[in-house]
Design a protein around this ligand. Structure first.
Ligand code: SF4
Ligand code: SF4
Length: 401
């Protein structure tokens, strides 16, 4: 294990005198607060753009609206603890702040054992790695490496549950099929050859363990050197056995269980099996937004661009049936035929393009900052989207209108 060395800035801040603000009252904010506190740095407050957080407290500190930061001196130190690094930085600079830092040097390698962050060490490691990727992406220029943060790999359109508001749109599939694994293999090979690295493959469906051959995909993905993690998303209705269990015993694999309570009927059995087999896993209770409807709404470009920029899955590239899309909604909506395919919103991995041309296509899709055609059919996925009850079950697929 590398020895953690606190950044030089910490000693300066520990001496006190200047306010320290954590911009982003989410998991990275909590981790930054824990690290700074243990390093002897007093933190002044959190700030967060989400109205639902403003006026609350976190770890005994106020969460201020960003505009209230103007009450602080311009030489305050502000740590960026969220995902919208460009937007946050621009906003802070416009207020006159210059001492703006990301949290990579502070958090990377910090020993969080015994901390009271409410997160286990596996989750902490992932959060920090994703923050690093976010910072890398923000700092990436045209000549720099092309490293993807996430890539969703869809292994089936089928699910063992039928959630009315599934944001991946499984409720609209009338004849769901498993993915063609030869097509999937060659598409992933071509993507990996064209880019420099990827932090996280996310294997999902539907429910990935519905596909009896999902092990073939997982084994292939863990085999790529350029890939850090392979996360399998399951609803805990199926306990994998045989090859589908064996492939999970790999240090890159994390099984992320979405715990839907009574619907996740095999939850405890699955957790016990994963524990017994030494498989790294997490179990989370989900919070849902109203993001699972396909309905075209007439909106202007500025509104659509704003939806896109604030969307929490706008950087989750999704591979589905040989095509690469910018987000899961765009992928499934287009695959269902409910959203017209726009060549600017998709990279067709069956087109014969490879090498530098394919790299340029992927960079264009990944670097895009304006809305997709799919955004016009989407209800959005951000802090403003209404919360809804998770996993209401329906009997039949919903009609496409
Ligand atoms: S949200 Fe529901 S329907 Fe959609 S993939 Fe998850 S369990 Fe299946
Ligand atoms: S369609 Fe647009 S708003 Fe909807 S999930 Fe995708 S990127 Fe987000």
């Amino acid at each position: 294990m590398n020895t953690y060395v606190a950044p030089d800035l910490v000693a300066e801040l520990a001496a006190g005198g200047r306010p320290v603000v954590l911009f982003g009252a989410g998991d990275i904010g909590v981790l930054a607060h824990e690290a700074l506190t243990r390093l002897g740095v007093p933190v002044t407050c959190f700030a967060d753009g989400r109205q639902s957080k403003q006026g609350q407290t976190l770890r005994g500190l106020d969460i201020r609206a960003p505009e209230r930061l103007t009450e602080l001196p311009a030489d305050s130190h502000i740590f960026l603890c969220g995902n919208y690094l460009h937007t946050m930085t621009a906003r802070l600079r416009a207020m006159g702040f210059t001492e703006i830092h990301d949290c990579v040097a502070l958090l990377d390698g910090f020993d969080f054992r015994g901390s009271d962050t409410g997160m286990d060490l596996v989750l902490i490691e992932r959060k920090i790695a994703l923050h690093k990727q976010e910072c890398m992406k923000a700092g990436e220029s045209a000549d720099d490496p092309l490293v993807l943060k996430y890539l969703d790999v869809v292994v089936t359109e089928a699910c063992s549950m039928k959630c009315q508001d599934c944001s991946n749109l499984m409720q609209y599939y009338t004849k769901p099929r498993h993915s063609d694994l030869d097509l999937l293999d060659s598409a992933v090979d071509r993507i990996v050859e064209a880019i420099d690295g990827i932090y996280e493959f996310r294997v999902l469906g539907g429910e990935p363990f519905v596909n009896p051959r999902v092990h073939r995909v997982i084994s292939k993905l863990t085999g790529y050197e350029q890939v850090q993690k392979v996360v399998i998303y399951t609803n805990a209705t199926i306990v994998p056995r045989g090859d589908n269990l064996d492939c999970l015993r790999h240090d890159k694999v994390i099984v992320e269980i979405t715990n839907y309570g009574a619907h996740s009927r095999k939850h405890d059995e699955l957790v016990a099996t994963l524990k017994e087999n030494g498989v790294t896993h997490l179990s989370k209770i989900p919070v849902w937004t109203d993001s699972g409807r396909i309905r075209f709404v007439e909106r202007g470009d500025a509104e659509l661009d704003d939806m896109f920029r604030n969307c929490c899955v706008n950087d989750v590239l999704t591979l589905l049936n040989g095509k690469l899309y910018r987000c899961p909604f765009s992928a499934n909506g287009t695959n269902l035929g409910a959203i017209p395919e726009d060549p600017a919103d998709v990279v067709d991995l069956t087109s014969g393009r490879s090498g530098a041309a394919l790299r340029a296509d992927i960079r264009r899709l990944y670097g895009r900052t304006t809305h997709l055609r799919a955004c016009g059919y989407c209800n959005g996925r951000d802090y403003r989207t209404p919360r809804i009850e998770a996993a209401i079950q329906i009997r039949k697929p919903l009609p496409l209108v």
